[in-house]
Design a protein around this ligand. Structure first.
Ligand SMILES: C[S@@+](CC[C@H](N)C(=O)[O-])C[C@H]1O[C@@H](n2cnc3c(N)ncnc32)[C@H](O)[C@@H]1O
Length: 176
């Protein structure tokens, strides 16, 4: 259920120019395909708001330093959103359908996040800032080269870049 408070956050954040605003409708639509979402990196909660607008059953958002404005989102999605103030490189013993990575933006950290969390992600991994932080590809490239059950499905260049990996085989591609 989209609460009035969440709707207000969406109305504000999705119409105010930022590093994320033009991607917010895509993130909302992506979230609609998934029931359980893990987010790494909240900052002021733009992506969190967009993902919550997709009405997941459960969302766990992690940040090493949670701002009050991000914590406020707990009131906007009661019973859905959980926020943990911890490092993204901590193991999480729970399965999710979508992983959204928007934390430190270095290959060193992103590689650890991918290796640690991908076994419990059933369908999709998305990354923000893949245009402005090209070092991320030094994590994503080797990950794709060594995990053949994942492929790059979509790349959007606006608002610093959004890249989406899917688990499985690209449609229409046969390996036989
Ligand atoms: C670019 S901001 C996230 C923006 C947010 N997704 C949004 O749409 O507003 C990056 C965030 O990642 C957090 N961060 C950086 N390194 C981290 C780490 N190792 N573990 C957890 N959070 C981290 C920072 O504290 C910061 O809030």
């Amino acid at each position: 259920m989209i609460t009035d408070d969440l709707q207000k956050e969406w109305d504000k954040k999705s119409t105010t120019p930022s590093d994320m605003w033009l991607l917010m409708p895509r993130l909302r639509d992506l979230a609609r395909e998934h029931r359980r979402i893990l987010e790494l990196g909240l900052w002021n909660g733009k992506s969190t708001t967009a993902l919550l607008m997709g009405e997941p059953d459960r969302m766990l958002s992690i940040d090493i330093c949670v701002l009050p404005e991000a914590r406020w989102l707990l009131e906007c999605a009661p019973g859905i959103l959980e926020i943990r103030e911890t490092d993204s490189r901590q193991e999480i013993d729970e399965e999710f359908d979508l992983l959204f990575i928007d934390s430190e933006h270095t290959a060193a950290v992103c590689s650890v996040e991918l290796e640690l969390h991908h076994p419990r992600i059933t369908r999709t991994i998305a990354f923000h800032d893949t245009v402005t932080c090209p070092d991320l590809w030094n994590a994503i490239g080797p990950f794709l080269a060594t995990h053949h059950d994942w492929y790059l499905d979509e790349h959007i260049s606006s608002c610093n870049g959004l890249s989406i990996l899917r688990r499985g085989r690209p449609e229409g591609v046969s390996f036989e």
